[in-house]
Design a protein around this ligand. Structure first.
Ligand SMILES: *Cc1c(COP(=O)(O)O)cnc(C)c1O
Length: 404
């Protein structure tokens, strides 16, 4: 096989060698338990964890003690949603979210729905953005939490987080946002954006898998979700279990590296993303952009290729790693639930591919991808009778087919 090109960075990213280097001592000599107070092995582990807490907090405008380390964003989202629901059940049993969230938000909400909570799914427009007036009107006295992600993992659309935070503050409800796709890529400030809880994951920013963090506000207002895990009372009692010191050190380093050149890297990724979009669109007709044209994460390009199947295309360019739907749902052959929520029709949803960029992608790779994608789409369309009809101006979806 030719050299492989990885354009699935919204699913996971390669570890940055500098992150690995920072982690190494904590996988070898410095193996101490950060909770061991009686000797230097414990102290050096704790010191490393404290440094990572500062590195993560610095990128969020948070205080280090408001950062709680977890095993990733799935755990973080579960803790926030189920933990708040349990803690504040006497205040109300209503939660507001949106249909385009990651499954790690949707499924805890579904679980609560079966346990006497009420979940409202806000509508989203054709770009995947919620309506702020609808949000305002949906909040009731019984609402305890609004959970709306910052950047969408499939379509890249950014939500107006600061405006959402403001509405939640006015109404006195907690605001949680999953920032897996924006942390380290787009500026985030928990004060300016009125965020009460936030969840993130290291492996989306060139850190290791199996580690993440939550931001849990300590004042104005103080938030206390019930923990999922009970035990030794680590992490302010919010997450018991021996800390994953090498993982946490890796997350801290990954965050610091993102923070160092966020502006230039974001510009570089946006440039590559637009080069890919323009290159593909100038070589082919009937290609549509999924998600918002401008309000989107720098790394995400999601294109609908009319009259071809995404899976068939990707079999045609096996050296390029991209994704049809999101990695979590592509095992089933259902069209993506996110594209459905946007009202993208089934034919286009089946022909949609997400290309997501990362730190190690180059312009040369993008140019290769443009060339290969154009060639494979042309090849598949050549044998597509539907494409032929469409070119003659007939919409195959409006034809009444006769079955003989
Ligand atoms: C990857 C991702 C998650 C899940 O994070 P894990 O750390 O893999 O559990 C949750 N939400 C979003 C938006 C993601 O992109």
């Amino acid at each position: 096989m030719k050299k492989r090109i990885y354009l699935d960075n919204n699913a996971t990213t390669p570890l940055d060698p500098r992150v690995l280097e920072a982690m190494m001592p904590y996988l070898t000599d410095k193996f101490g338990n950060a909770a061991s107070r009686d000797h230097s092995f414990g102290w050096e582990a704790l010191e490393a964890v404290d440094r990572a807490r500062e590195q993560v907090a610095a990128l969020l405008g948070a205080e280090p003690r408001e950062i709680i380390f977890t095993s990733g964003a799935t755990e973080g989202n579960n803790t926030v949603i189920k933990g708040l629901a349990e803690m504040y059940a006497d205040r109300g049993r209503h939660i507001i979210t949106q249909p385009t969230e990651h499954k790690a938000v949707i499924d805890p909400c579904r679980y609560l729905d079966k346990h006497d909570y009420r979940i409202t799914m806000l509508g989203v427009d054709k770009y995947g953005r919620i309506d702020l007036n609808e949000l305002r009107d949906t909040i009731t006295d019984g609402t305890i939490l609004v959970s709306i992600m910052h950047g969408n993992n499939e379509i890249g659309t950014l939500q107006p987080i600061a405006e959402i935070g403001k509405i939640c503050k006015e109404k006195g409800v907690f605001f949680h946002t999953d920032v897996c796709q924006t942390f380290g890529k787009v500026p985030i400030d928990v004060q300016e954006m009125g965020i009460d809880l936030l969840t993130l994951s290291a492996h989306k920013i060139h850190g290791p898998k199996g580690v993440g963090a939550m931001y849990v506000r300590r004042k104005n207002p103080r938030v206390r979700p019930k923990p999922l895990l009970h035990g030794g009372g680590h992490e302010r009692g919010l997450r018991s279990g021996t800390l994953n010191v090498p993982g946490i050190v890796g997350l801290g380093m990954a965050a610091e590296l993102c923070g160092r050149d966020m502006a230039t890297e974001s510009k570089r990724l946006t440039g590559l993303r637009d080069r890919l979009r323009d290159g593909i669109m100038s070589g082919l007709d009937m290609i549509f952009l999924n998600g918002h044209p401008t309000e989107r994460t720098p790394s995400n390009l999601n294109l609908a290729f009319a009259y071809v199947e995404a899976e068939a295309l990707m079999m045609g360019f096996k050296e390029i790693a991209a994704s049809s739907g999101s990695a979590c749902t592509s095992a089933s052959l259902q069209p993506s639930y996110v594209l459905r929520a946007l009202g993208v029709d089934d034919m286009l949803a089946h022909g949609s591919i997400r290309f997501s960029l990362g730190r190690f992608n180059t312009a040369d790779e993008i140019d290769h991808v443009i060339e290969r994608v154009i060639a494979v789409v042309k090849e598949k369309r050549e044998i597509s009778p539907l494409y032929e009809m469409a070119q003659k101006g007939i919409d195959p979806r409006k034809v009444e087919w006769k079955v003989h």
